[in-house]
Design a protein around this ligand. Structure first.
Ligand SMILES: [Zn+2]
Length: 263
């Protein structure tokens, strides 16, 4: 059973009631895989009862504040759990973080420790991994493939810092868009089929995403990282999505903070 825990489902807007910036956790075989770390993610995960020491890895799509604003606090929390509470990560007390921008990652460590810091300043084995196209992670249970996108710009340098991810686990293929300039940038990850596409609405019209999902034959679709259209015209969006779901036969859901989804 694959479970996805939505911790934050808002794009980088001003504060919205009962919503926080983007983050979700994929739970599989008693291990946790994080996708982005927006504000408040560790607080919601920990206080909702997830055993965060079962974290296997954290995957960051790009270094925008609505995707990494909660990462320093996550590291601070893990320090507290290890040093004060005596907990250890199940996986050899290590925490790999796939973060596609070294300079920003260094800044995150500095904020987490409130002084200039490196991975060596933490009381667990904190590992920074850069991201590039192709398979970046495989522990025998879960395989993760990265594909760059042009959300941060079309120049070569910008394309090194923004990624979408394919998770292959339990015979399923789950694609996490992150933020993309165009849904078509996800095509390389959808080639072998897609059981679930978790797609941001913050930068796209809901109808465009619906058309794309139908064209690509995705098995199911969850909308998250909500932008103005979803935030301001929710009822209208719900109607569109329900109609598209009924006509296409593709199950579609609108994520909200605290939602759990099983696959
Ligand atoms: Zn974003």
């Amino acid at each position: 059973m694959i479970k996805i825990h939505f911790l934050g489902t808002c794009s980088g807007t001003e504060p919205m009631p009962n919503m926080h910036h983007s983050s979700y956790v994929i739970e599989y075989e008693d291990r946790l895989y994080w996708l982005d770390a927006g504000e408040n993610c560790i607080h919601r995960a920990y206080t909702s009862g997830l055993d965060v020491m079962k974290t296997e890895a954290v995957f960051i799509t790009h270094p925008h504040i609505d995707h990494v604003g909660g990462l320093a606090n996550m590291l601070h929390c893990f320090e507290k759990l290890v040093v004060r509470i005596g907990k250890r990560f199940d996986n050899g007390n290590s925490l790999p973080i796939y973060f596609p921008e070294s300079n920003v990652f260094s800044a995150v460590l500095t904020i987490a420790k409130s002084k200039p810091a490196t991975v060596k300043d933490f009381h667990f084995d904190l590992i920074h991994r850069e991201v590039g196209d192709g398979v970046i992670f495989d522990n025998g249970n879960v395989r993760v493939t990265a594909q760059h996108n042009t959300h941060l710009g079309i120049d070569e340098e910008s394309q090194k810092h923004a990624f979408s991810y394919l998770f292959e686990l339990g015979g399923k293929r789950v694609v996490a868009s992150g933020d993309v300039r165009s849904p078509s940038e996800l095509k390389p990850l959808l080639l072998g089929g897609c059981d679930l596409l978790i797609m941001e609405t913050g930068h796209h019209k809901v109808s465009d995403v619906l058309d794309f999902a139908k064209e690509e034959g995705v098995g199911s679709l969850i909308f998250t990282h909500h932008g103005r259209e979803m935030l301001e015209r929710r009822a209208e969006c719900e109607e569109k999505i329900a109609a598209a779901s009924a006509s296409s036969g593709i199950p579609m859901y609108i994520a909200f903070d605290g939602m759990d989804h099983s696959l």
